[in-house]
Design a protein around this ligand. Structure first.
Ligand code: NAD
Length: 498
């Protein structure tokens, strides 16, 4: 389908209020937060910022909807139908949503449409189909008992999401939570609150009962913190940094031991063996780090190349990076937009400085791109470092920007040791024509996803999440549903046989 030229569209802002109990209302205690277009540095609007009392009001609305409202008890097929309607509305309004996200986040309109808004609609549609397929079990226990298991919605869910894929990551939480019969308080990132408020409007249009979805934009502290510490929240489904996740674990431990699903950072290796299809691998490694300007949890931020192919492979990546079109996110020709904020740009440039100081060889980029109309934006040139050592900071820490670290290896064992040698374990890829070897190595890579001869493949049917410090639990697929369901075992003594 041909893509509309986004420069011909007029942005339509959502109501700039909190969404609590089915109504748009002003914050009673919070204030406002500036929503900025990072590509131009201009303020788009002021959005509301929830304070603890606002979060409490949202949780009370969600609790009332869970305890007394129709949602958890609704005919599951009808619940699925409502969710499907929401999915369809997101799809119908995809250009409007993608335009807002592109302006708010700095990602290209293309990426917003194809990698964020479109997938959000698909994820909601996928989960709508699960409504009448959440099954119990009858158990083969010893003795005269009829014993069975039922799955029940866990209760009020706090969904806390980051700014890099605001809408699709929201759908990863809302889809399974709502179809399971939970009610939700959603806290979008303070940097990207607009599409979440738009989604609230669409949820109302789809017929979601009052209080089932509440949206409270606000800062991590106090709004996120208030949600994480609330005694009436049964579960937090979180996507964000490992640093914030540690705070959530403390908040849960200090309060009601609410359950946590944590989708966190990564330092994903792409391992390229000498026999790989180099054309395919170059393209995948290029987009694996520079897609969505490197602000991707599973970004292939480390490329490990066998010494026999290293020079050629890195040379080709560098040529591709130097030719990349960086600029106006709304221009259809642009390949990479702006980082989400000047602060994020400075973090990225700080890592570039560290790479240089620690002796890595800078072959492309490494600087802010402030040419012409980009002068006030947060643009960074696509950056490639070679001769990176596994212990360097740029090979260990998540940069969350367009910075690629290229490392050299000489044996399978060395590649595996480098790949597994960070605290993260989100995703990895293996590039070789020897698929038997790839399968054997895939079992030894410590990460939640391994792609063989491909990268960045997602499907709603495929679970996503991390080993080690990349997280707890899984999003997507039927596995994610488990996180929003309690398991109850019911025993009935049968009458004695005559
Ligand atoms: P972040 O942890 O700073 O913020 C994420 C969310 O948590 C935001 O809504 C923020 O307001 C909120 N928050 C911050 N402090 C909080 C607190 N004390 N209590 C409760 N909530 C709080 O992360 P970010 O910078 O917005 O996002 C980037 C991170 O997200 C990266 O580390 C990236 O890898 C990760 N991420 C992971 C996945 C995944 O699926 N594994 C996907 C996308 C992004």
């Amino acid at each position: 389908m041909a893509m509309v030229d986004p420069r011909t569209l007029t942005p339509k802002l959502p109501p700039l209020q909190l969404f609590i109990d089915g109504k748009f209302v002003g914050p009673v205690e919070g204030g406002s937060l500036p929503v900025v277009n990072p590509a131009t540095g201009e303020k788009i609007c002021d959005a509301p910022a929830a304070g603890p009392s606002d979060v409490d009001a949202a949780v009370q609305a969600a609790k009332k909807a869970f305890d007394k409202g129709p949602w958890p008890k609704l005919n599951p097929t009808a619940r699925g139908r409502t969710l499907r309607k929401l999915a369809d509305l997101v799809w119908q309004r995809r250009e409007e949503l993608a335009l807002l996200e592109s302006m708010n986040n700095g990602k290209t309109f293309k990426d917003a449409l194809r990698a964020d808004v479109g997938p959000a609609s698909a994820t909601l549609a996928y989960y709508s189909e699960w409504a009448n397929k959440i099954l119990g079990e009858v158990l083969p226990v010893g003795g005269p008992f009829h014993t069975y298991v039922v799955r029940e919605p866990i209760g009020v869910v706090g969904a806390i999401v980051p700014w890099n894929f605001p809408l699709s990551l929201t759908a990863w939480k809302l889809g399974p939570a709502l179809v399971a019969g939970c009610t939700v308080v959603l806290k979008p990132s303070e940097l990207t609150p607009l599409t979440a408020l738009k989604l609230a409007e669409l949820a109302r249009e789809a017929g979601l009962p009052e209080g089932v979805l509440n949206v409270v934009p606000g800062y991590g502290a106090p709004a996120g913190e208030a949600l994480a510490r609330h005694p009436d929240v049964a579960k937090i489904s979180f996507t964000g940094s490992t640093r914030t996740a540690r705070r959530l674990v403390h908040a849960s431990a200090d309060t009601n031991l609410k359950k946590l699903t944590l989708e966190l950072g990564g330092k994903s290796p792409q391992i390229v063996f000498a026999d790989a299809d180099l054309d395919a691998a170059v393209e995948a490694c290029f987009w694996g780090i520079f897609g969505n300007k490197g602000e991707v949890c599973n970004a292939g931020s480390r490329v490990l190349v066998h010494e026999k192919a290293y020079d050629e492979f890195v040379g080709r990546l560098v040529a591709r990076a130097k030719a990349m079109v960086v600029g106006d996110p709304l221009d259809p020709k642009t390949e990479m937009g702006s980082q989400v904020s000047l602060a994020q740009m400075n973090t990225v440039l700080g890592y570039v400085a560290s790479g240089r100081e620690q002796g890595a060889k800078l072959l492309a980029g490494g600087e802010r791109d402030a040419e012409g109309a980009k002068a006030k934006g947060a643009f960074v040139r696509p950056t490639v470092f070679a001769e990176v050592k596994p212990s360097m900071k740029i090979a260990q820490e998540e940069i969350f920007g367009p910075v690629l670290a290229c490392l050299r290896f000489s044996s399978d064992a060395e590649a595996l040791s480098i790949a597994n040698g960070t605290p993260y374990g989100l995703a990895a890829s293996l590039w070789t024509r020897d698929t038997a070897k790839a399968h054997a190595l895939a079992r030894k890579v410590k990460s939640g996803v391994v792609w063989i001869n491909c990268f960045n493949q997602f499907d709603d049917a495929a679970p996503f999440g991390g080993f080690k410090e990349s997280g707890w639990g899984r999003d997507l697929s039927h596995h994610a549903l488990d996180g929003f369901l309690e398991t109850k075992t019911i025993w009935t003594k049968l009458p004695a046989e005559e």
